[in-house]
Design a protein. Structure first.
Length: 323
């Protein structure tokens, strides 16, 4: 084991190094292959240094530590492993601290400090998606030459808030769960270009779309946008929607039409759109391979949860770019 000032690397990190050639082992620990981990490390080191310099400027610290007693996370290598391990496995701070050799309070403190560093590292490498677009031109620039956008909303379960008003807002009505929701925009190649800040799960997908993309602006001009039936109303509320693709909705049953059915051409159209839109479902499944999104979110602070969504999307983009 590597040691600094008699501080040993945690056994789980030793296991990670030992089985670095096994994609199954490294991915189960960090969500990345060993190669991807090493490619991300220099960006993380640069982001860590910038973070320390910023804290120095803001007088949060008196100097950047270069010596003295080493802590348990004594290198950026261990720090990157630690934060990825947390996002991938999403265990409680008590369990996390026991694995790495410190208290639950220290585990929380390290996660709180390293999440922004990881986000900055992904931003520096060009893989962190935007949280919003200020103009249609900015959206088109992000989509690139294909000008194809796949739009969907993703919902994740969270703990029941103690505040009554917040509790009511986050109650989604689905299996009596409290949830948070985010709008995601991806390209056809499964790259996430935008993931919005979270809102309460009770908000409808289409209401969220209108909040993020103001209907008064020509967002879909010169863009082919694929949406699902959760966005009904987009064709009437927005301008320049010739490129918007939305499935046909099955007609309501009535006395005159007791057995409503879509026509063969409508079914064929829906099947074709579904085959294209499945890409955004694959993206969401890839993001939720990080258990901070697939397990019930225990963190109460919106800042933490927004990092979970943004960083998971950034890591997905990074994994797609670095094979």
């Amino acid at each position: 084991m590597t040691a600094v000032n008699n501080v040993k690397e945690p056994d789980v990190l030793v296991h990670f190094r030992k089985h670095r050639k096994s994609k199954r082992v490294t991915s189960s620990l960090t969500g990345l292959t060993f190669k991807q981990f090493e490619v991300l490390l220099p960006f993380f080191e640069e982001a860590k240094l910038k973070s320390q310099e910023l804290r120095l400027q803001n007088k949060e610290i008196k100097r950047i530590q270069s010596g003295g007693k080493a802590g348990f996370l004594f290198s950026t290598y261990i720090q990157l492993f630690f934060i990825l391990f947390y996002l991938k496995n999403y265990m409680t701070f008590d369990v996390l601290g026991s694995i790495f050799g410190f208290t639950s309070a220290e585990a929380h403190k390290h996660v709180d400090s390293l999440l922004p560093v990881l986000a900055q590292a992904l931003s520096s490498s060009g893989h962190l998606p935007a949280t919003q677009f200020s103009s249609p031109e900015e959206l088109r620039k992000a989509l690139g030459s294909s000008l194809e956008a796949l739009i969907d909303a993703t919902e994740c379960q969270c703990v029941r808030p103690s505040d009554k008003q917040k509790q009511k807002q986050r109650y989604s009505g689905k299996k009596k769960r409290h949830t948070v929701k985010s709008l995601i925009v991806t390209k056809a190649d499964k790259t996430v270009v935008m993931i919005s800040l979270i809102v309460s799960g009770a908000m409808h997908d289409y209401a969220l779309l209108k909040e993020i993309f103001d209907p008064a602006k020509p967002w879909f001009k010169k863009i082919t946008a694929y949406v699902d039936l959760g966005f009904l109303g987009i064709m009437t509320d927005y301008t320049d929607t010739n490129g918007v693709k939305i499935p046909y909705k099955k007609p309501r049953r009535s006395k005159k039409n007791p057995n409503p059915q879509l026509t063969k051409s409508q079914k064929k159209y829906n099947k074709k759109q579904a085959s294209i839109r499945v890409s955004v479902e694959n993206v969401l499944a890839g993001m939720k391979s990080f258990h901070c999104l697939s397990h019930r979110i225990r963190n109460h602070l919106d800042l933490f949860i927004n990092y979970f969504f943004g960083v998971s999307a950034g890591l997905w983009n990074f994994k797609n770019a670095v094979k």
